[in-house]
Design a protein around this ligand. Sequence first.
Ligand SMILES: [Zn+2]
Ligand SMILES: [Zn+2]
Length: 136
Amino acid sequence: MTMLKGSCLCRKVQIEVPDDFEYMGNCHCSECRKFTGADYSSVGGLSSDKFRFTAGEEFVAVYRKSEDTELAFCQCCGSSLFSRKLKTHKHNIRLGILDSPPTHAPSFHIFVASKAPWNDIADGLPQFAQGPVKQK
Ligand SMILES: [Zn+2]
Ligand SMILES: [Zn+2]
């Protein structure tokens, strides 16, 4: 299995995941927009046990967004890294931190009902008003 490497802006935090995301999508929810500062967040999800830090775990801070969700970011440079779903044991990796290109690409849009008003989604991917999309 090819491994994908990722890092934060200051590169203190380094991560590795297999090139085997269970799903990849674009989340337009207002919380992802605030946390990332971007129009939407592209993520790839996989089981938490497939995720590992290769350096700098001590620089990672966690914001507990809800009972089920932690948001991780680098304390040095502020890069958002991933969300961690505690009940389903998934890591949703922010694709923007990847240094190696994944084989696949995001295949859907979720929470389109709360997308940024200036953001015209111009691709032909399926759009869902809410989310997440049911997987398998
Ligand atoms: Zn950093
Ligand atoms: Zn979101």
